[in-house]
Design a protein around this ligand. Structure first.
Ligand SMILES: [Mg+2]
Length: 266
């Protein structure tokens, strides 16, 4: 199918619409706004809501406001943090405050969270995938509501530090396996450069895609996916494997070119 006939454009956030962990730039806001006038857009991120809010929701609302554009266009923007286990849509300016409405959220139960927290302290410590308090930055185990994430260097450690840690991934694989044995009803996976994610079973980026298909009756061929980690082991790969036409990008600048291409085709 021609790209111009696609009905839903799916984007990853981090590394695709934004540089890693930074807010979306104005140029990208402009292109997204123009795209939203033509198409439905869903952003499926592995990150939690607060991050998506900071890097996407707030800046785009700000941009639309500043340009005096039409806020109704934001109704075509679907926002899915944590792989689509929660889903937000534009609700308009309520009491003159921008509001995104939560349409659903599949959060872990407090029992699941408690057991996960306990195991994520116990196992990495025992296996040496653990750094002393004075060497870590930010939280070690983070509650992302539908996902619990363990980072041996802490959530806020610098990217370069993370890249240098356990380069061969030898230890992390073993820790993942050991944690999985202790949490058989949940799914344990590698996330990011050093982290370990625990979610309910079957949660990867296809979770959000399947939800969009159920809710709005999209077919596989109606959708186009643009992301930076579409290779085996990358967190965007499952969507390609699922059969959605996919374009891999190396940077937000490349994504901008793709959006321009879609706009010119229409
Ligand atoms: Mg990414």
């Amino acid at each position: 199918m021609e790209i111009s006939q696609k009905k839903l454009i799916i984007f990853d956030l981090d590394g695709t619409l934004t540089k890693s962990k930074t807010p979306i730039r104005e140029e990208m806001c402009e292109l997204l706004y123009r795209l939203l006038r033509e198409k439905n857009v869903v952003v499926i991120s592995g990150g939690k809501r607060e991050m998506v809010k900071r890097d996407l929701e707030n800046p785009i609302v700000q941009y639309v406001h500043q340009k005096k554009y039409d806020f109704a266009v934001l109704k075509n923007l679907h926002i899915m943090p944590t792989y689509g286990t929660s889903y937000f849509v534009w609700g308009g300016n309520i009491n003159s405050k921008p509001e995104w409405l939560c349409k659903y959220s599949n959060y872990l139960t407090s029992d699941q969270k408690e057991r996960t927290f306990k195991i994520l302290e116990e196992i990495p410590k025992k296996m040496g995938y653990w750094e002393p308090e004075n060497k870590i930055f930010g939280e070690r185990v983070e509650d992302r509501e539908s996902q619990i994430t363990y980072s041996p260097l802490g959530q806020d450690a610098a990217r370069e530090e993370k890249a240098k840690y356990d380069v061969e991934d030898m230890l992390r694989d073993k820790v993942v396996q050991a944690v999985q044995e202790k949490l058989p009803d949940l799914e344990v996976r590698k996330g990011g450069l050093t982290s370990i994610d625990v979610t309910e079973k079957g949660v990867d980026k296809t979770f959000g895609v399947k939800k969009m298909m159920q809710m709005y009756k999209y077919k596989i061929e109606d959708m186009l996916f643009v992301a930076d980690k579409i290779y085996p082991g990358g967190n965007d790969y499952p969507i390609k494997e699922f059969g959605v036409e996919s374009i891999e990008v190396q940077s937000p600048e490349e994504t901008e070119k793709i959006i321009e291409g879609i706009l010119n085709d229409n």
